[in-house]
Design a binder for this molecule. Structure first.
Ligand code: PLP
Length: 399
């Protein structure tokens, strides 16, 4: 297609704006058309436009898949109706009897999917702290077919060594799957540093506006492309045209948003550290984060997610009640700052002892830093902390 493919030499910041095809070759439309059609007319028997039925293939979705493949430096990309749809699709390439080693500190929905559903179909899972390489090695079994990691992890912001984990599992014929939702392809490309498959919840930074759900598998394994396409088409969790378009539109501003998310998060994380109501802040951009050097070696930024322990569990409801700019809501990665309480929200599906072992206790808050003025976000937190300090819940800090 003449010169419309935007895949030669451009940096990521340019690619996000132009996508795979910079304009619609048919009409010149600068915004990818929404092909809101369930089916496509065939020109004749054995003649095809390349499109037949939208569960299997749709032009708007195809443009999004090509764009994300370029951004993640993969050969293939498949778009699903949500991040969970993508993870559920990816795991179907395995067979009953297969074993997967999974980050113990991960999105609660992924834990629920694996533990409550796939474990009943003959899959087995070991939950380990994958930032501890020796623990990963110790968890491997002869039937281990994959490592499934989140890095940085959700919500404790632990960083896993993508290169070493990839080498370890490939030596045994398995694959490394990395959920790259937290950093987005703008800050991290796991396929380049040693993963075989990347997962995204496009609902988060990729779409970026808290207005749609989407999910992706990106990979470069020709032998898996056929089976994965077949899963996508057969299961029916493929991404709808309008949601594909919203995600494409979101991606156009990914670079500027991620820069701002990262700058805001660092400023707020540093401020949080100084507050008497806060016991500890988890942010991979701190130089004293245990895997700071590893982060720098495999990512180009630290992202917009922060978690922190309040000094007292009694502060939790006070903070959630008294923030006003920051919205108390699940999810992350959008332009609006959101705060959540992982223990009872995102990580509620994970058993208590496992949550506590991972560090998800009753004082842990998770902040998805938006792109507002960081001083306004800080002011909002300051007011909420002031109620903890002076309001009805007054406590002796440090006693
Ligand atoms: C949100 C999220 C998911 C699930 O994605 P949905 O789009 O909500 O289905 C998976 N992994 C991570 C890290 C997430 O944050």
């Amino acid at each position: 297609m003449e010169d419309t493919y935007c895949n030669n030499g451009y940096t990521l910041a340019t690619r996000v704006v132009h996508g795979a095809v910079s304009f619609d070759p048919l009409t010149g439309a600068v915004s990818t058309p929404i092909y809101q059609s369930s089916t496509f007319r065939h020109p004749g028997l054995y003649e095809s436009t390349g499109f037949d039925y939208s569960r299997g293939i749709n032009p708007t979705r195809t443009e999004l898949e090509r764009t994300l493949a370029l951004l993640e430096k993969g050969k293939y990309c498949l778009a699903f109706a949500s991040g969970m749809g993508a993870i559920s699709g990816a795991i179907k390439i395995f067979a009953p009897g297969d074993h997967l080693v999974v980050s113990e500190d991960l999105y609660g929905g992924t834990y629920r999917l694996f533990n409550e559903y796939y474990s009943h179909y003959g899959f087995s899972f070991s939950w380990v702290d994958t930032s501890d390489f020796a623990a990963v090695e110790a968890a491997l079994r002869p039937e281990t077919k994959a490592l499934f990691i989140e890095t940085p992890s959700n919500p404790m912001m632990k960083v896993t060594d993508i290169r070493r984990c990839g080498e370890l599992i490939r030596k045994r014929g398995g694959i490394l799957i990395a959920d790259n939702t937290f950093l987005s392809p703008y800050f991290q490309n796991p396929l380049e540093t040693g993963a075989d498959m990347v997962i995204h919840s496009g609902t988060k930074y990729l779409a970026g506006h808290n207005d749609t759900l989407s999910g992706f598998i990106v990979h470069s394994l020709p032998e898996l492309e056929g089976p994965l396409r077949n899963i996508q088409k057969s299961e029916g969790a493929s991404l709808a045209p309008f949601d594909a378009w919203l995600t494409l539109r979101g991606i156009k501003t990914l670079a500027v948003r991620m820069e701002k998310h990262g700058q805001n998060a660092l400023k707020i994380a540093r401020w949080l550290r100084e507050q008497p109501e806060v016991e500890k802040v988890f942010y991979p951009g701190f130089e004293d984060h245990p895997q700071y050097a590893l982060s720098q070696s495999q990512a180009r930024g630290f992202g917009g997610m922060i978690s922190f322990y309040l000094k007292d569990a009694a502060f939790v409801p006070v903070v959630l009640k008294n923030v006003s700019l920051i919205l108390f809501a699940e999810s992350l990665g959008g332009v609006e700052s959101l705060i959540t309480y992982p223990l009872v929200q995102t990580h509620e599906a994970i058993p208590q002892e496992m949550r506590l072992a991972a560090g998800v206790n009753d004082r842990l808050m998770r902040l998805s830093v938006g792109i507002e003025d960081p001083d306004d976000i800080i002011e909002d937190l300051r007011r909420a902390f002031n109620v903890c300090r002076h309001g009805p819940c007054k406590k002796e800090i440090g006693s």
